[in-house]
Design a protein. Structure first.
Length: 95
């Protein structure tokens, strides 16, 4: 359900000349755009523990896939999902 919602949201954003124009103006002014969405089940409060998996359904990690449209959209807002992750250096001994 969230994947379908995300795709619909991206299509709506990409299809709006008003939104894309506003985003271009913000980037031109030096701002970096970030869109954060949250989803809670009815009755669940933010910060609450996730509900346990229903009986008979083992907990499993959801599939995460990006298609070409996702990558294009993310790059258009300054996020490069294809960039490799840099590892942090361990602090060396104090000299």
């Amino acid at each position: 359900m969230l994947g379908a919602f995300g795709r619909a949201l991206v299509e709506a954003i990409n299809g709006s000349s008003e939104i894309s124009g506003a985003a271009r103006r913000l980037r031109r002014e030096g701002y970096s755009l970030h869109l954060v969405l949250g989803c809670l089940q009815e009755g669940q409060t933010e910060g609450a523990e996730e509900p346990a998996a229903p009986p008979g359904n083992p907990a499993r990690k959801p599939a995460f896939r990006l298609d070409g449209k996702d990558v294009t959209f993310l790059k258009s807002i300054g996020i490069d999902p294809t960039r490799s992750i840099r590892r942090r250096r361990k602090p060396g001994p104090a000299s």
